[in-house]
Design a protein around this ligand. Structure first.
Ligand SMILES: [Fe+2]
Ligand SMILES: [Fe+2]
Length: 151
């Protein structure tokens, strides 16, 4: 029998795994990052195709990450101490600012090399976030699941 807490923690883990897979796929799309700073300098005949692919993959990653933050916020609503919830939601806002900056690079500069640099940075941020915020959240969710249900 699974509890609400286990379901929530399972969902968080699956999302994190998927987000990291998406990052790996994005990075795998560009083989020129060590040689050029901007897509304009890329002479690969497939440039437009790879830009299109990276664009779609990054937008999907941004959407998945924003949705994941929203779901965690819902899990937090009545099951964690206010201090954790406030700090955690604040950290999610900082992540969403970082994602928005990547979106600006896509829309305004069309420089996917730089956008992937942004993906490297957000990966670092996410890995620290998993450790500093999501692991404590998981502990609260597991504790909440052990408490007797009222009603
Ligand atoms: Fe989080
Ligand atoms: Fe998370």
């Amino acid at each position: 029998m699974s509890s609400v807490g286990e379901d929530a923690v399972g969902r968080i883990h699956r999302d994190h795994g998927r987000m990291m897979e998406m990052i790996d796929r994005i990075r795998a799309e560009c083989g020129q990052r060590n040689t050029i700073q901007h897509c304009n300098d890329c002479h690969a005949p497939h440039r437009a195709v790879c830009q299109g692919n990276i664009d779609l993959l990054i937008r999907a990653f941004i959407e998945a990450t924003m949705k994941h933050s929203l779901i965690e916020s819902m899990f937090m609503e009545d099951r964690v101490p206010a201090a954790h919830r406030i700090a955690h939601n604040h950290a999610h806002m900082a992540i969403s600012q970082q994602l928005k900056a990547i979106r600006v690079v896509l829309s305004e500069d069309g420089n996917y090399v730089q956008a992937i640099d942004g993906i490297d940075e957000i990966q670092e941020t996410l890995l620290s976030h998993f450790r500093d915020f999501d692991q404590p959240l998981e502990r609260y969710l597991n504790e909440a699941a052990l408490m007797p249900q009222s009603g």
